[in-house]
Design a protein around this ligand. Structure first.
Ligand code: UPG
Ligand code: MN
Length: 741
């Protein structure tokens, strides 16, 4: 087995705690918590007095109280877990053991739909993984094709041929940009390569031509063959084999797997694909570590495997470390990033905070995971008998054997698998294999939610595994972010539905977590699993204060009331904190506006629909689905996105609530200001409500602009605006009943 390194004078990695950040964070947590307590006690006392009032309505106060209480709860979960102990890390890969002592790695890549995930992009991911700076014979790359398209298999055979030139080229010249598409787009600075420039120049010309021809073939393949996903087919496993038998250069193994699919069998989406890959790979290479990648997430730093090994091979950490997570970074984010596609908060602030408390959650891609962590510790495996093992892992003797054996060192690239092995691999990738086993329940990636990463890592953390976040200055992986409003909304709705599925399951983190993990870590899981409910306070805050204002009901303290200061403090301090956080992650302050705006827009729509979807699933009315995010480029959409202009070509289901609420807020603001203009003393009573309406209108400005000012294709079409006005009138009429006595 690999050599573990334990040297205090020459550690493989270090972590740093910034003392001053820690003090500021905790001071903010303390002061803000005090302010929230005051605010809530004000609400309780005013509700108690209103109980006996015959003139003032109670319902708006209670609704606002609910929203303030839930938002304070979310704030505590989120901020305590992420601000308490953020850390950063450094690694020393040069201190790793010699190459022959490094452990092997299986790279698993998932793809599902060649129309949404164009083969050229997928193959670039495959090739970039093969070119990682790691001993070739210790790397095996597996692609799971859930679409089972001949297109993908054909593309992969071509990718194999190109990789045989590309991998040695990268190795010979120490090419940093190992993703061919990026390299040929001119992202490598040649001067930095310490090479004989003539020879390099000539080889570069040659390989550029090869890439062009490869890219052309990808286009022809995608156009000529059927790109329709097949949902009824047997398993296909193919190891890429050399046509000419003597292979000059050792290459990573490359395997295509398309698990069996039948309409009668649930296939559990990505988690199902990953579990099939886990089994097939254990038969072929059985590496102890797994690099998980989405098909659009290519390797951008050739050293990530070695960086991850700095943690996995640390003697002190190794036995409890389940995975090293790298942040997801995207290559197509525009400088405005209006849709907050970068997910800055999650990948930069939040995961760093979690790293200080037993580690970040798994993010579905960009992780180096210990295979064992998905199967339970080896000691556990040793204690149970063969029958029990078969009940957990299924009937394959070869698979059970793999649980106890180390990686397959005999493996040779370019050699076909024996027929027997191939048959067994197909059995492991069949629909029936998982019947009556613990796959997806206690073994492997977890089912019953479309956020398999969240539930799987929650289970690992509950079993005391720890994780690590490593963020290097050069993005280790680059993927394509969602750059159209429609894609963002669909993706977020799916995530929310998945989180809600977890919240409603027996693994609901709020109950299952606190006894099994440190309290702040359980805050992280509880926050994410309960985040779907954010639509409740957001809907209340976008309607009740405004309806109250329109009906002359004051629900906030007067400006002269000392409690006004508390409300002001909560608003200002949370926004300043948000700005500080954005600044510390190097983003521009514009991000503040975009993040708040998207939080509100998604909270109002995606959180509502995702929650409804999950509840209906629970009731058996609807089936779970996983619509893969679109990765194909649409030039018109990209143009609008680059210019920072919203593209509202999406379902009216998303648009109508947004338009209606913004219209309502605009109306409330205008009425509020008019009232104040005629009766100056009103300002005292309705200042907060008028300000809130202004703030929401400002946040929703792109929607207003889309409805009223724009004429282009990305505007909000008049029919949607009409429905919205009707919906606003409905809200106004029902609202009047709600907020008046
Ligand atoms: O039935 C399916 C559906 C999807 N996928 C693959 O899963 C990956 C992620 O799907 P994508 O459409 O890109 O979803 P995203 O919302 O962008 O994915 C994020 O959210 C997912 C759910 O939490 C995680 O699994 C991902 O890693 C994370 O990047 C892609 O490679 C797909 O090809 C499958 O293999 N089978
Ligand atoms: Mn994706």
């Amino acid at each position: 087995m690999a050599l573990h390194v334990n040297s205090t004078s020459h550690p493989l990695h270090l972590h740093h705690l910034n003392k001053s950040t820690l003090i500021i964070n905790r001071l903010y947590l303390l002061l803000h918590s005090i302010a929230l307590t005051l605010l809530i006690s004000f609400r309780i006392s005013s509700i108690l007095t209103l109980f006996h009032s015959t003139t003032q309505p109670l319902i708006p106060h209670i609704l606002i109280f609910i929203s303030e209480l839930t938002l304070s709860f979310f704030w505590s979960l989120r901020q305590y877990s992420c601000l308490w102990r953020p850390i950063t890390r450094t690694v020393f890969p040069e201190r790793l053991p010699e190459d022959d002592q490094l452990p092997p790695i299986d790279v698993v890549i998932c793809t599902a739909d060649p129309l949404k995930e164009p083969p050229l992009g997928v193959m670039n991911t495959v090739i970039s993984a093969m070119a990682l700076n790691y001993p070739s014979r210790k790397l095996s790359v597996y692609l799971s094709d859930d679409g089972a398209c001949p297109v993908t298999l054909e593309a992969m055979r071509e990718a194999w041929k190109f990789a045989k030139m590309w991998v040695p080229f990268c190795e010979k010249y120490g090419v940093e940009t190992i993703c061919p598409a990026d390299y040929f787009a001119g992202q490598e600075v040649d001067d930095e390569l310490m090479v004989d420039s003539d020879e390099y120049g000539a080889e570069k010309v040659r390989i550029t031509e090869e890439y062009k021809s490869f890219a052309r073939k990808m286009t022809t393949i995608s156009e000529s063959e059927s790109c329709i996903s097949n949902k009824d087919h047997p398993a296909v496993v193919e190891v890429m084999v050399d046509e000419n038998t003597h292979n000059q250069k050792k290459m990573p193994l490359l395997v295509y797997v398309s698990r069996e699919k039948r309409p009668t069998h649930p296939h559990h989406f990505k988690a199902g694909a990953l579990n099939a890959l886990l089994r097939v790979s254990s038969l072929i290479s059985n590496s102890p570590y797994i690099l998980g990648l989405d098909c659009d997430m290519h390797c951008n730093d050739r050293n990530s495997a070695r960086q991850a090994m700095c943690f996995h091979l640390d003697l002190k950490l190794s036995s409890s470390l389940a995975f090293v997570q790298f942040p997801q970074t995207f290559h197509n984010i525009s400088k405005h990033d209006i849709y907050e596609s970068e997910l800055r908060y999650f990948f930069k602030t939040f995961l760093q905070g979690m790293d200080g408390i037993k580690g970040p959650g798994l993010c579905g891609t960009c992780y180096y995971l210990k295979r064992e962590a998905l199967f339970g510790p080896p000691s556990l495996l040793e204690d149970i008998n063969l029958n029990e093992l078969k009940q957990s892992f299924g009937s394959s003797n070869d698979f059970i054997k793999s649980l106890h054996t180390k990686w397959n060192a005999e493996l040779e690239c370019g050699k076909a698998l024996s027929d027997e092995l191939l048959q067994e691999a197909k059995l492991l990738a069949s629909c029936e294999y998982e019947n009556d086993t613990k796959w997806g329940k206690e073994v492997g990636f977890r089912y019953f939610t479309v956020v398999e990463d969240f539930l799987t890592s929650f289970n690992m953390h509950c079993k005391q595994w720890v994780s690590v976040l490593y963020m290097s200055s050069r993005p280790s992986f680059l993927g394509s972010g969602t750059t159209s409003f429609n894609d963002v909304m669909i993706q977020s709705t799916r995530w929310i539905a998945g989180l809600m599925e977890v919240a409603l399951s027996r693994f609901s983190p709020i109950i299952y977590g606190p006894l099994r993990m440190p309290i702040l870590q359980s805050f992280y899981y509880t926050w994410l699993a309960s985040s779907p409910f954010i639509f409740i306070p957001l809907w209340i805050l976008a309607t009740i204060p405004q309806l109250s204002l329109l009906n002359d009901v004051a629900i906030y303290p007067k400006v002269i009331n000392p409690l006004f200061i508390v409300f002001l403090y909560v608003f200002v301090s949370s926004n300043l904190q948000h700005m500080r956080e954005i600044h510390s992650t190097g983003a521009s302050l514009q991000a503040w506006k975009h993040e708040q705006r998207m939080w509100m827009m998604k909270g109002i729509t995606c959180n509502l629909y995702g929650s409804i979807h999950a509840i209906m699933e629970k009731l058996g009315v609807k089936e779970a689905d996983f619509i893969p995010t679109n990765k194909a480029i649409n030039d018109d959409e990209v143009k609008l996105y680059q210019m920072g202009i919203y593209n509202f070509q999406t379902s009216s289901v998303f648009l109508v609530p947004l338009c209606s609420l913004i219209t309502l807020n605009l109306l409330a603001f205008v009425v509020g200001v008019t009232k104040i203009a005629f009766h100056k003393e009103y300002v005292n009573e309705i200042f907060i409500q008028t300000f809130l309406a202004l703030y929401i209108t400002w946040m929703g400005y792109p929607v207003l602009e889309g409805m009223m000012l724009r004429k282009d294709k990305g505007r909000i079409v008049p029919s949607v605006s009409c429905y919205s006005v009707i919906f606003s009138i409905v809200i106004l009429s029902f609202g009047k009943l709600l907020v008046t006595h």
